[in-house]
Design a protein around this ligand. Structure first.
Ligand SMILES: *Cc1c(COP(=O)(O)O)cnc(C)c1O
Length: 627
């Protein structure tokens, strides 16, 4: 691809991770990572195909081949690192259910993961219930983290009778009391782990989950207490696993090395205390390079999966060799890195609010003199005086607005002024790229970017974009062979001014607006938000009562086509109403009563009853999004 192709501005080569690329016809394509030689599948074509099958946007598209790829990459990278370093233990990863609990996703993870003896991590009772509904490989682990009550612990211990390798990770010394009680009650022994609190603090968004003040795990004195009490009770032999977790999306590979090093120190010390540890669990944190910058910044990482694995394996091997200990089984709980790339949110643009105009009325003799002044700016508009023109346009426009508010000019006069102003803006926007180093001009022009109104809810589908300024790559899915000659921010269909995306990943960094095309008149203009497979689905909420979107799971075929594996219809309005404790039948009844009353009083003709009821029913049974 050459630098000056119209789509190079989006930096797809940089962030696309070899999963997405642009087809010669300007459509965005999905590459099958498992079949590099297969033709690239056009995403708009997939959307049209799904449309024909009755699956409509907005939708979450899960690409099963991408998920498979995520699982393979992690497990094979560890296997390769183990081989390279001649590590004498094995890798037994577990997928943290928290990161994506959807049945379709967990089912596939279990299926694709079986050859790798891939297990599951449960951070709560419901997640353990999910884990135990799956048949895992014989030597796969089920790791239980989080706060545990007797019920949780009982289920975890009993599950071993079914062949599950369920490990109860003690989060605190107090949890040990409950474990000992349940052990006594059942007369069964558990597999135990301890969560140590590392003091090393990482950078990035999740710095709070690391270091001294992290709310999870045990300090040295609590560890000693647990060891002593297990020894005393005669159950020290149950303690097999040491766990630590630094938080998600670790930006800097040096932090990985330092944290693993510290974890190894604990492992060596606990072993010296006589704890027969066999498993070292290093938690999650393996990041995703959302921006493609390859740097230790918030939405990027400065390492690859294989580099992460090399660092982990090498550090552990070195520490264990030095202490003369056997190489433990390595466990990680990487969630984000495994699932993030496997889904994308797809929606269409409903309409555009443009902040410029292609033509303007010429001033008339009885226009207010400020309107004529505004119009006269086009007489001296040029690259050299662009900032001055902008300043003048803003000044006259603001003065005119003040006059309008006080009743000195009328609606039509104001409308003419606004249109002249918008026309000036479009000329200024065209000339601006020729002015070098004009931060003020650029900042202002960002404020007059178009607003593209899109059919999705940020709060439901991209909660981290709203809550923690998470960046995901966003690109139009078509017309990428044409110059995107407009700039826009994307607003969603909630009535919330926060419901917008106004930070975008581009080839040269993060931008407050997205290059877009003028909306085509006779076809849909689709947008895709990429790498949303981790954390977004269940964190989303029902703001304005927009519910779950449709979900389609597809597999990419070898011939460039796709198979629809599963469709999950999005919430209907009736479903969403029941979440907020309405009974949809009561709503229909109440509406019907009003219709009948209106007929009785003569306000409505009786033949309109059917129409009224159908309109209400169609809505309540339909999709919450724009149809
Ligand atoms: C959230 C969490 C994970 C997953 O972290 P990722 O950064 O998504 O890999 C793993 N382990 C524990 C204990 C967690 O809380």
């Amino acid at each position: 691809m050459t630098e000056n192709e119209p789509h190079s501005i989006y930096g797809i080569d940089r962030w696309g991770m070899d999963l997405v690329s642009v087809l010669p016809n300007g459509e965005l394509g999905l590459k099958n990572p498992l079949q590099p030689d297969a033709p690239i599948a056009s995403l708009p074509k997939i959307i049209r195909g799904l449309n024909e099958r009755g699956v409509h946007v907005p939708m979450l598209l899960r690409v099963s081949s991408f998920l498979d790829h995520g699982i393979r990459t992690l497990n094979e990278s560890f296997a390769q690192a183990i081989e390279r370093v001649q590590y004498k233990g094995v890798y037994r990863g577990v997928f943290p259910i928290k990161v994506n609990q959807q049945a379709q996703v967990i089912d596939r993870i279990v299926e694709f993961g079986r050859p790798f003896s891939y297990g599951l991590e449960a951070g709560s009772k419901p997640e353990l219930v999910i884990a135990l509904a799956h048949s895992l490989a014989k030597d796969a682990l089920v790791v239980c983290n989080g706060v545990k009550d007797a019920e949780f612990i009982r289920l975890a211990i009993l599950s071993r009778k079914l062949g599950f390798n369920t490990v109860i990770v003690l989060e605190s010394a107090k949890e040990l009391d409950t474990v000992l009680e349940v052990m006594e009650e059942l007369d069964e022994e558990p597999l135990l782990g301890v969560r140590v609190k590392l003091t090393h603090r990482i950078g990035g968004n999740w710095a709070e989950s690391s270091g001294d003040r992290s709310t999870f795990g045990m300090h040295t004195d609590q560890l000693v207490e647990v060891v002593d009490r297990l020894k005393e009770a005669g159950y020290l032999h149950c303690l097999k696993l040491q766990h630590s977790h630094l938080g998600s999306q670790i930006p800097d590979v040096h932090d990985v090395r330092r944290a693993v090093d510290e974890a190894c120190r604990y492992f060596v010390e606990l072993s010296a205390e006589g704890v027969p540890l066999t498993h070292l669990d290093l938690g999650g944190g393996l990041g995703i390079d959302y921006t493609g910058e390859k740097s230790a910044t918030e939405n990027s990482i400065n390492y690859s999966v294989s580099e992460y694995c090399d660092n982990v394996v090498e550090t552990v091997a070195y520490a264990m060799d030095e202490a003369g200990l056997k190489h433990p089984t390595l466990v990680t709980e990487s969630g984000r890195a495994v699932v993030a790339t496997s889904s994308m949110l797809i929606f269409d643009v409903l309409e555009a609010t443009l902040y410029d105009a292609s033509s303007a009325p010429s001033p008339e003799p009885d226009d207010h003199h400020l309107v004529r002044d505004l119009a006269s700016i086009s007489g001296y508009l040029g690259v050299k005086r662009l900032q001055e023109c902008l300043n003048d346009a803003l000044y006259y426009r603001n003065e005119l607005r003040a006059l309008f508010r006080r009743g000195y000019i009328d609606l039509r006069q104001m409308a003419r002024a606004e249109r002249i102003y918008l026309h000036l803006m479009s000329k200024i926007k065209t000339l601006a790229p020729m002015v070098e180093n004009a931060p003020e001009l650029d900042a202002h022009l960002e404020q007059v970017a178009d607003i593209y109104h899109c059919n999705f809810s940020l709060f439901q589908s991209l909660p981290d974009v709203w809550a923690i300024d998470q960046l995901h790559p966003v690109v139009p899915l078509q017309m990428l062979d044409k110059e995107p000659d407009r700039r826009a921010i994307l607003s969603d269909i909630t009535c919330d001014s926060d419901g917008k995306v106004d930070r975008f990943i581009l080839a040269d960094g993060v931008s407050p607006s997205l290059p877009v095309h003028e909306l085509p008149e006779d076809s849909s203009y689709y947008m895709g938000v990429f790498f949303v497979g981790a954390y977004q689905e269940t964190l989303g909420d029902l703001h304005n009562l927009f519910g779950d979107t449709n979900v389609a799971t597809i597999d990419l075929r070898n011939d460039g086509g796709f198979d629809l594996l599963h469709e999950q219809e999005g919430d209907t309005i009736a479903e969403v109403l029941s979440y907020v404790e309405y009974d949809p039948r009561d709503c229909v009844d109440a509406f019907r009563k009003m219709v009948d009353r209106a007929i009785s009083s003569g306000d409505l003709k009786s033949k309109d009853r059917k129409l009224m009821m159908a309109a209400y029913r169609d809505s309540i049974n339909g999709y919450t999004y724009y149809e």
